[in-house]
Design a protein around this ligand. Sequence first.
Ligand code: SIN
Length: 339
Amino acid sequence: MRSPPPLPRRHALALLALPWCAAPRAQAPASPVLVRFSHVVAPDTPKGRMALRFKALAEARSRGRVLVQIYPDSQLYGDDDEMEALQLGAVELLAPSLSKFGNVGVPAFEVFDLPFLFDDLAQVRRVTQGPIGQELLLRLDRQQMVGLGYLDNGFKHMSAGRPLRTPADFRGLRLRVQASRVLSGQMRALGAQPVVLPFGETQRALAAGVVQGAENPLSNFLTQGLAPLQRDLTLTRHGYLGYAVVTSQRFWRRLAAPDRELLAGALADAIDESHRQAEDTERQALETLRQLPGVRLHSVDAPQRAALRAAVQPVYDDFERRVGADLLRAVERAKAQTP
Ligand code: SIN
C-alpha cells in the first residue's frame, strides 16, 4: 500500500480541518488500513520498542494489509500538538504520558503523578489494569478519544548540576516539568521553580540554561542525551511515568470489527511483552549509566526520602481539593489488594 508522505505539522493540521480532506469512509474488512503512530521519545525506550513490536505484530497478523508507520522523537508532532493532530485525523495512534491528559480536560489522570504514591510497578498495574484504570480510559470519550491501554515506562529520578536528596537541595532551581498541575506543585513544594516545557525541547533548554534540572525515568534520561548536561543524577524514584495508548473515535469507529480486534490484540500483546521486560530494561539502563563517565549517581536514604515525602504533602491536599479524595482513596485500596 502506498502512503502519502507526512506533511509538516502546521500544514497538515490546517489541511485536515477542511472537509474535503477528511479521512476515508468506513472500510470493508479487506481494505488496507494505515495506522500512523506518533510519539515523542526515542525508538530505544519502552514506548519506542512497544510501538515497533506493535507494528511487527499488526502487519504480520494482517499479512501486510495493515501498515503501521511510526514517527518517534517528536518528528511529526510533539506535546503541544499531538492530541489536536489525533482529533483532526492526521495520525491514528498516540501514547502520551498520563501526565498530559490533565491539560485536555481529564485531570483525574494526574493521580499517577502524585510523588511517592507507588512503591513498584505491581502496585501501578493493580490500578491501571483494574476498574479504576478502565473507568479513567472511558473518560477520554468526552475528548473524542478511545483509550486502548496503559503502558509503563518506570520510575522517575531527579537530575541537576548537584545532588537532590533533600528539600534544601532543590531551593532556587528551575526544573523542567510536563504540563501537569501535580508536577508543577511537586516542584514548588520542594522549593524549586517548575518550568513547563514540551519533552522535545528539554535537552535544548538544559543546554541553554533555561532550566537547570529535570525529572526522568532512566531510559528517557539516556536517550535524550541528558547525561552530558546533567552531572548529578539522584536516584529518587519519586514518581511514576506511564502512558495511555489512544486513538480517535472517528478512526476506531470506521474500522471493520475484525480490524479493531486485530489492532487491539496486537497492541495488548506488544504492551504485555514490554511489561514483562520492564525490570530488565531498567537494570540495563542503570548499568549503562554507571559506565558513563561524567555522570554521578546518588542514592537517597530513608530519612531523606521521608523528608521529601513530607515536603510534597501540599500536593496531595491540592489534588484532593481539585480532583477529589475519593479517587485517591480508591487508588490506595487498589494498591493494597493482594494479586
Ligand atoms: C514520554 O516519555 O513520553 C515523555 C515524558 C516527558 O514529557 O517527560
